[in-house]
Design a protein around this ligand. Sequence first.
Ligand code: FCB
Length: 458
Amino acid sequence: MTSSFPPGFRWGVATSAFQIEGATTADGRGPSIWDTFATLPGAVAGGDTGEPAAEHYHRLPEDLALLTGLGVDAYRFSVSWPRVQPSGRGRPERRGLDFYRRLVEGLRDKGIEPFLTLYHWDLPQALEDEGGWRSRDTAERFAEYAVLVHEELGDVVDHWTTLNEPYPCAIAGYAEGRHAPGAREGHGALAAAHHLLLGHGLAVRAMRARATSGQRFGVVLNQSPALPVTRSDADIAAAERQDTLLRRQFTDPLFGGRYAPGLTTMFDGVSDFSFRHDGDLETIGQPLDYLGVNYYYRLHVADAPHREPDPARRTAADIGVDTTRLPDVPRTGMGWPVEPDGLTEALVGLHHRYPGLPPVYVTENGCVYPDIVDERGVFADEQRIAYLREHIEAARAAMAAGVDLRGYFCWSLLDNFEWAHGYKHRFGLVHVDYPTQRRTPRASYHWYRDHIAACRTA
Ligand code: FCB
């Protein structure tokens, strides 16, 4: 397996600010929508919040040492917008920026390439109070914030990702209410999806105008291919609706120069799409240097009645599908079906659908299983190792089928705050004991280290 990856293929790990940093009130940081959401009764399992997370903000040297020990080529992390602009606009908070400079310089010292993500879901609460992503103004604010960070860190960061997964931001956040800010809307959620894309385009255009030649700009999307559970016309149409909502709503304007066909019909009576302005499509479709694909599972879709019959009261998640009928395949500790060939399918499918697709990275892939600690105190996570091995193999198969894949990032370096699941589910290659903050590399950490080393010498 190792010899099939070309020299220069990047092996990495990924994290995000809110999930690991903790220190939610340190050094002038403002509240984000996740700080607010986590205080709502029942919003996050166990009543968990962004404290303590993995206290990464205060444990940077230790975590840099873990990255060095792993031998990764690249580290994907996100900048917390409310650490840099506590109220989402205006003068930067110097102490927040200094933290990211220390991080990035620390990475560079160790020869690790920083992949910076500007937005991994932690919108400043002050902007949500003015409408959040429903509002076009938030797209403008995002571009300003992007330029600010780019001006501050452009000398040490070459890989600039605008958004992580606009789909859950818009749909889980503004339609399903499962994620911050916890809204359940139709038009508002579709507007949020559009404004996230618009913010991305404005940010790329503005940063590129100021960029040096080595800098690269991209976006990260979650890609769960949707398979109909039967070959009936109804199930096939349901799978198409699911795919339009989750994938093509984003990939068509980004890489296909058009809005996803079918989206307006699906939401007839839900939204008039008046948030689309002339010129937006061109802004959104800025040429990109890479696409990041996050893959965890495939969706199996059956036709189902809408939960709300009246379109005017329907949320943008209510598209007449049932995604609970899973095939008889192994599941992770979160119940997600393990289907590595879904990763190949996602990558190859993008490659065929969009001829001008930029080079691709797998920017997240990983899993959760209950911890098994052996008699020597070792976290013997053989299931995670098998999961990673199979998915890396699936990524390699996509390359053999013509996909220009440049790297793979495992999610995640550390156990962390898994959004609405709180601290219950652990994705880390490194176990974190939250009360003591002791870090213990799991067997998968050692396996991944050896895998990376073997690829280098192959
Ligand atoms: C992705 C998110 C990431 C993490 C993984 C498990 O959707 O981008 O923050 O929570 O899922």
